[in-house]
Design a protein around this ligand. Structure first.
Ligand code: NAD
Length: 460
């Protein structure tokens, strides 16, 4: 009885102290103060919390964040004015439930006549994570779980267009850390989203790794910092359909993938390449399953003017809207439940060449698979990000996998299968394309260390 009361007392004191620390943390605004506090917290997290403790706290983060999935999805939707609420809820749930944790770590041991070599993954320290407007909340959740699993701390730099939802996500995570008696500032965030603060963060001497998720500008900036960096850059994923594909499934899968969160995900199908002999049937099936084909050339030109600037760059305020919004602006009454606009064009069209991040899918015809594969390679622009095929020809599937060299390659499913929707994959919202890390896991944010013991510990 006595020990129960002592335990309760200790628990109350820990709660009180962590709440006070959380309050104090909210008052920090300068980059130097935020990083300084994150460094202190990270040291405690690395040395005072063993794998078991980290696993329990990360499980608490997962279970306690889950009931907030809808709130965060609504906030992200309102903040950015992009995407679809139901898909955004799914993305949060995916990041919470399918991001791998500390269980991902294994130790490599090599033993020989001369003793034992241990290789383990150790934290970098405090990581600067720069997050995109397209998946602001899911990236924060996914990065937090991965980075903390390896003993790192993180300071997030929010996207200016997604400030409120990013701050709220970090606030919720820190509340949970406080409730669990963990150092709250191990997950920190810049209080503003200015480029000056972001640059100060990247060049701060106590930032040991930069994780940059976004367009080419941010990846280039991270790689020019002179620090280790994960560059999760842009993509332009082609989906190729050959004459052996199950066409009805392909049509449904392409619509599901290309319209998911209104095409915001970097992995989403951005252009369709169809072998001529099945192109018409595929188009018909797509139009019966949620696509609207825009045929009128003048309307296609009007759509180009609506969503692209004169030099064919995307208009940011046109990204990620519902398909019906674009159609209405063109004076077309959208069919009920339309999710995707289909536009047939040639390879040079900007809808093929640009990463639109809109539910507008360009379709190009090719004579055969070989021509389609060569085109897919060209229009992916060497980003080595993602590609998709619908086929039952094993040779075609293998050839495309080899030729594309993408970090993600999906066969006979929507693009989002590669991040765990409807499948067994772990999820990743930071896909290290430019730097070759691929879909990130807790291992991606750690450094390999080797420890050699000479002359002993071999047991056979
Ligand atoms: P964005 O490049 O506009 O912004 C991303 C972040 O970079 C923001 O926090 C922004 O403040 C910062 N930033 C932008 N330019 C910068 C510069 N010159 N120096 C320093 N920081 C800079 O990206 P977005 O529009 O929010 O997101 C969409 C892009 O991100 C697409 O290209 C998409 O493919 C890509 N993306 C890639 C991945 C991946 O895992 N590979 C994931 C999501 C999004």
């Amino acid at each position: 009885m006595e020990s129960v009361r002592v335990d309760d007392l200790v628990k109350k004191i820990v709660e009180k102290v962590t709440k006070e620390l959380a309050q104090e943390a909210k008052g920090r605004t300068s980059v130097g103060e935020i990083v300084g506090a994150a460094v202190e917290a990270q040291r405690a997290w690395q040395w005072d919390y063993n794998l078991d403790a980290r696993t329990k706290i990360l499980s608490a983060i997962k279970s306690k964040l889950l009931p907030h999935a809808e709130e965060l999805a609504k906030l992200a939707r309102d903040d950015t004015d992009m995407g679809r609420l139901d898909d955004k809820i799914l993305k949060k749930k995916l990041a919470i439930t399918k991001t791998p944790g500390p269980e991902y770590f294994t130790t490599k041991a090599i033993s020989g006549d001369n003793g034992l070599i241990l290789e383990e993954l150790a934290p970098f320290g405090v990581i600067a994570s720069i997050t995109p407007s397209t998946n602001p909340v899911a990236t924060v959740i996914n990065n937090t779980i991965c980075m903390l699993s390896g003993g790192n701390g993180v300071v997030f730099s929010p996207h200016p267009g997604a400030l409120r939802c990013t701050l709220r996500t970090v606030e919720l995570i820190r509340d949970i850390l406080a409730e669990e008696g963990a150092p709250v500032e191990v997950v920190s965030v810049l209080s503003d989203a200015s480029l000056d603060s972001l640059k100060e963060l990247m060049f701060h001497p106590d930032i040991k790794l930069i994780s940059a998720t976004g367009g080419p500008g941010v990846v280039k900036a991270a790689l020019s910092s002179g620090k280790p960096a994960i560059g999760a850059g842009p993509g332009n994923p082609p989906v190729l359909v050959d004459e052996t594909a199950h066409l009805e499934k392909a049509a449904k899968d392409i619509i599901a993938g290309a319209s998911f969160d209104n095409n915001l995900p970097c992995i989403a199908e951005k252009e369709l390449i169809a072998v001529n002999c099945i192109a018409d049937e595929l188009k018909d099936l797509m139009c019966h399953n949620g696509a609207y084909e825009l045929k009128d050339r003048s309307k296609i030109d009007a759509l180009v003017d609506l969503v692209l600037t004169k030099d064919h760059k995307i208009k940011k305020d046109m990204v990620g809207k519902n398909a019906s919004v674009y159609l209405e602006k063109l004076g077309i009454t959208p069919p009920p439940n339309v999710r995707l606009i289909l536009v047939e064009c040639d390879e040079r069209h900007p809808f093929v060449q640009e990463e639109l991040m809109m539910p507008i899918l360009a379709m190009v015809r090719v004579a055969d698979f070989k021509e389609g594969l060569a085109m897919a390679k060209r229009v992916e622009h060497g980003f080595k990000h993602s590609a998709i095929i619908h086929s039952t020809n094993i040779d075609n599937m293998s050839d495309m996998a080899k030729v594309m060299e993408t970090s993600m390659f999906v066969k006979n499913a929507p693009s989002f299968a590669s991040i765990g929707v409807g499948g067994d994959c772990p999820t990743a919202f930071t896909i290290g394309t430019t730097t070759g890390d691929g879909p990130t896991t807790p291992l991606s944010f750690c450094r390999l260390r080797r420890c050699v013991l000479h002359g002993a510990f071999r047991i056979v």
